[in-house]
Structures are given as structure tokens and as C-alpha cells.
Design a binder for this molecule. Structure first.
Ligand SMILES: Nc1ncnc2c1ncn2[C@@H]1O[C@H](COP(=O)(O)OP(=O)(O)OP(=O)(O)O)[C@@H](O)[C@H]1O
Ligand SMILES: [Mg+2]
Length: 463
């Protein structure tokens, strides 16, 4: 979430900065076109003026000009072309050169073969071409150009006129961009960073404000899923969130009431059945017809087992127990040891110290029911428990007859037994209780056939 935000802010800032730089460059381009057109026509006029002067006057005019002191426009006539160390070319210097070329050519006619160079002030050479202007003795300094106040380069135009070279130099006004500028100044970078940070902090606060109640809601929903008593949530956050929390609170209240009602009803029925059953049993004992008596007593015992099973279920009601951290490995090991009393093989393969938050009595009942079944119907039990990052797994398998696909569904129905004969020992509740305990802990119970024959009851719980 925060990463997405960070990337979003970064992209927005980069786009903004890019647009801003493009705008700056654009206005700079426009300004430079105007500036170079002006410069070009001035240079063109000067060239025209000098070339029209008779040769012997040219030097006199130049001397007079120089005697007037430092200048922003340096003109000389040299015997040869002067090679200068040019600044690196960039889009702006190309633009200025093209504009100058065009305006000068327009002034003096296209015959002109004009050489245009851009030089740093400190690299500028004048007169003989051997000396840098900045190294001239003070006496000569008066010939020199004024130094531009910024890093602007000097444009040098040279043109061959009657076996000599006319040389003109002038600074490009505010021409720093020709030398190359750093568009992303430190101040700009700092301001980008500050704006991003502020936006990030504000958004994080906002997101937390929206997400926090949602997270609480999710946790409570998970609690209900695991059969815990849900707490009433505080109504806070956005308007939509308050409405959601209110709906959730009333839903969890209704669920709690429903569970309580169901339990009370179940307990009352099972309890009230006990007395008439005992009475019926006594009456049956008084019957004279032995076969009817035996059949009736059998039925009554079966009914009794069912009632006892239901009562026990309510008494051991999962809901009444407090959740604890349970060491499942220890619990399974102890159960396996207990079950060995029957003399049937119980094998274990347990990862040590598997922990699960749950109700110990209910979990014990769940495992006992399954191990009982394995021993009862498969004559042996194999218990395997392990965990990965998100789940704890328990497999209880046996080498018995297994179950047909149809029966795999039906065995979960309360009181369903494959062996239809009434039994005083088994009520047919074991698996349905086991499954509700597993579900109560947020887990799942599934039945699979073992490839080598027999049944695997596979349990998994979220950690
Ligand atoms: N491991 C198994 N192998 C084969 N059949 C099984 C196995 N476990 C259960 N069954 C079948 O599923 C039926 C329902 O099992 P369940 O544990 O719910 O009830 P029960 O064992 O009959 O009674 P109770 O567990 O209440 O004493 C059993 O009667 C049995 O026919
Ligand atoms: Mg059983």
C-alpha cells in the first residue's frame, strides 16, 4: 500500500518536473530566437559598414572605437582566421547559430561564408590569435570586452574579406543555457522531496484512518468464524465505515442470540427426554413377553445413548470453554498413548511442539472421536501432524474398509450409522461433532480414501 503510494507520488512529481522543465526550455528557446535575430542583424550591419569602408580607414575607425574604452561589441580585422576552443554543442547553441547564420546572411547577402563560434569568456582570443584576452597586459585591457555577469558565452563571427578576416565578438545576452545548465537545481530537488514527503505523510494518515476500522472489522469477523464471542466494535471512521460497523454489530448480536437460543433448546430437549426414557425403561422391564421386552429395551438403550451424546455435546459446549494456546503434538501423543489400552496399533508421526489457539476439551473430543472411529472401523490408527507457514494439519487414517463417495457425505448427518443395527455404544454423532469442532476453530475436516485402502480424515486449521 505505502509502496504504491510512494511510486504514485514519485511518478506524479517526475511528470510535473518534466513538464516544468519543458516549459522553461520552450520559453528559453523563444527568447534566444529573438535575441539571436537582434544580434544577427547588428553583426550584419557592422560587417556591412566595415566592408564598405576603404581599407585604410578601417583601422582608424577601429582604433577610435577602442579608444572609447571597453565594449560589449569587439571588432577587429585580422590577417588570418583564429581557431578558438568551442564550448560543447547543445540544442540551444545550434539554435542560436542557425538564427545568427540566417539573419547575418539576410543582411549581407547569401554569398557570405560566415564562421560562427561560441567561446567561454576566459578562452577568448583576439588580435593575433595567440593570446587569450584575459591574459592581455593591463594597458591592452581597454580593448577587451566587458565580462558578462553570468556564464554566458561569447559569440565570435569571422568572415574573410579581401584577404583579411573580419572578427566580431559579443556576449550572448543571458546565454548561460548555451554552456549547459542544470535544470534540476538543489532547491528544486529539495522542494520536490518536501512536497512528496508531506503528501506521503498526509495520505498515510488518511489511509490509516480509513483502513484501521476495516482491519478491526476483519479481525472480529475472523473471531466469529472461529466461534469466539464477537465484541461490539466502536463506530468510528468515515460515514460509510460507521454504517458498515453498525450493520456488523447488529449481525454479530443476532448470531450470538441465535447460538444461545439453539444451545438452550438442545439442552432442554435432551434433558427433558431423560426422565420419560428412564420411566419407559422401568415399564419395559415389567413386560412379560421376553422378545418384545428385549427389542424394546434395545431401542430404549439406543435412544438413551443418543440423548446422552447430545447432552454431553451441550455440556462440553465449545462455546463455554475459554480459548488457550494448545500444544497439539502433546495432546495427540497423550491421546494415542491412552488409546493403546485397547491393544490395537496406534502409530504416530508428529512434528514436535505444534501450537494452536483453541479450546482444549473440544479439540480433545474432536481427535478422540476420529481415533475411536479409526480403531473401531479400521482396527488401527495412524496419526500424522505437521504445519506450514499458514496452516496446521492433522491426518488420522486407518487401514479399514474406507467409505463410498455417497457415505462420505452422509456420515456427517447426526445419528447416521452405516451399520443400521441399534447400538448402545455409538450414537452416530461422532463425525458431525468432530466437524463442527473443526469448523468452530476455523478449520476444515475432509474425508479421503487411502490409495492402499482405508480412510483418511484430513484436518487443517489456520494459524
Ligand atoms: N474410519 C472409518 N472407516 C469406516 N467407516 C467409518 C469410519 N468412521 C466412521 N465411519 C462410519 O461412519 C459412521 C458415522 O460415524 P460417527 O463417528 O459419526 O458415528 P459412530 O462412530 O457410529 O458413533 P459415535 O462416534 O457417536 O460413537 C459410523 O457408524 C461408520 O459406519
Ligand atoms: Mg464414531
Amino acid at each position: 500500500m505505502s509502496l504504491v503510494l510512494l511510486v504514485g507520488i514519485f511518478v506524479a512529481q517526475s511528470l510535473g518536473t518534466w513538464l516544468w522543465i519543458e516549459q522553461l526550455k520552450d520559453s528559453e528557446r523563444k527568447r534566444l530566437i529573438e535575441v539571436s535575430q537582434n544580434m544577427g542583424s547588428r553583426i550584419g550591419q557592422t560587417i556591412q559598414f566595415f566592408t564598405k569602408l576603404p581599407k585604410q580607414y578601417q583601422h582608424i575607425v577601429l582604433d577610435q572605437l577602442r579608444d572609447m574604452g571597453g565594449t560589449r561589441f569587439f571588432v577587429s580585422v585580422n590577417p588570418a582566421h583564429i581557431a578558438l576552443p568551442n564550448i560543447n554543442q547543445n540544442e540551444f547553441s545550434v539554435l542560436v547559430r542557425d538564427q545568427l547564420q540566417a539573419s547575418i546572411s539576410a543582411q549581407i547577402g547569401s554569398r557570405a561564408n560566415v564562421d560562427i563560434q561560441f567561446v567561454r569568456f576566459n578562452d577568448l582570443k583576439i588580435l593575433s590569435g595567440n593570446n587569450r584576452m584575459v591574459d592581455l597586459p593591463p594597458k591592452w585591457k581597454r580593448f577587451a570586452l566587458f565580462e558578462p555577469s553570468d556564464q554566458s558565452p561569447i559569440v565570435v563571427v569571422q568572415l574573410s574579406v579581401n584577404e583579411s578576416w573580419m572578427y566580431l565578438a559579443t556576449p550572448v545576452p543571458s546565454g548561460k543555457v548555451l554552456v549547459g545548465v542544470n535544470w534540476l537545481t538543489t532547491e528544486r530537488l529539495i522542494s520536490i522531496a518536501l512536497v512528496s514527503l508531506t503528501v506521503l505523510i498526509l495520505t498515510l494518515f488518511l489511509v490509516r484512518w480509513v483502513v484501521r476500522p476495516l482491519r478491526l472489522l476483519a479481525r472480529q469477523a475472523q473471531y466469529i468464524g472461529r466461534g469466539r464471542k464477537p465484541q461490539q466494535l466502536e463506530e468510528q471512521g468515515t460515514r460509510e465505515m460507521i454504517a458498515t460497523v453498525r450493520a456488523f454489530n447488529s449481525m454479530s448480536k443476532r448470531i450470538q442470540k441465535f447460538i444461545n437460543d439453539r444451545e438452550r433448546l438442545f439442552a432442554a430437549i435432551s434433558h427433558d427426554l431423560k426422565t420419560p426414557l428412564t420411566r419407559a425403561r422401568l415399564r419395559a422391564e415389567m413386560l412379560e413377553d421376553e422378545t418384545t421386552k428385549a427389542a424394546l429395551i434395545g431401542d430404549l438403550e439406543n435412544l438413551d445413548a443418543m440423548v446422552k451424546g447430545s447432552l454431553q455435546l451441550v455440556k462440553e459446549g465449545i462455546v463455554h470453554e475459554n480459548p488457550l494456546q494448545v500444544n497439539i503434538s502433546k495432546m495427540l501423543f497423550e491421546l494415542a498413548e491412552k488409546q493403546k489400552i485397547y491393544g490395537l496399533p496406534v502409530n504416530i508421526d508428529l512434528e514436535p511442539n505444534l501450537q494452536l489457539e483453541g479450546r482444549p476439551m473440544a479439540l480433545e473430543r474432536l481427535f478422540t472421536n476420529l481415533i475411536d472411529n479409526a480403531l473401531e472401523y479400521g482396527r488401527a490408527a495412524f496419526i500424522h501432524a505437521w504445519q506450514d507457514q499458514h496452516h496446521l494439519y492433522v491426518d488420522i487414517s486407518d487401514p479399514g474398509p474406507g467409505l463410498s463417495d455417497q457415505d462420505k457425505e452422509r456420515v456427517f448427518e447426526p445419528y447416521f450409522r452405516i451399520d443400521q443395527k441399534p447400538s448402545t455404544e455409538h450414537s452416530g454423532l461422532g463425525l458431525s461433532i468432530a466437524r463442527s469442532i473443526a469448523n468452530f476453530h476455523g478449520g476444515e475436516l475432509t474425508l479421503k480414501n487411502r490409495p492402499s485402502g482405508g480412510l483418511v480424515v484430513a484436518l487443517h486449521f489456520p494459524l
